[in-house]
Design a protein around this ligand. Structure first.
Ligand code: CA
Ligand code: CA
Length: 93
């Protein structure tokens, strides 16, 4: 991964993780806000519950940075699938 992309991930994480509770973990609502802001509404709604259940590996109700990195990897794959599908259906993108 490029350094710039890594820095952006870290910045994004801390932008939302510091809003409430533990400064270094994302609560459910912080995660939701992050997804809404960064992904847009439609994707975020379906993603947030799934993501929280899948990624909260230690079940503490918070997403720490390690869990967040795994999320970003998963989302990159999901987005890629999404765009590939769009391309297949519409062809205009
Ligand atoms: Ca927090
Ligand atoms: Ca956790």
């Amino acid at each position: 991964m490029q350094l710039g992309a890594m820095q952006m991930l870290i910045k994004t994480f801390h932008k939302y993780s510091g809003k409430e509770g533990d400064k270094y973990t994302l609560s459910r609502s912080e995660l939701k806000e992050l997804l809404l802001e960064e992904l847009g509404k439609t994707q975020a709604q379906t993603t947030v519950e799934k993501v929280m259940n899948d990624l909260d590996a230690n079940n503490d109700g918070e997403v720490d940075f390690t869990e967040f990195i795994i999320l970003m990897g998963a989302l990159t794959v999901a987005c890629n699938d999404f765009f590939l599908e769009q391309k297949r259906e519409g062809g205009r993108s």
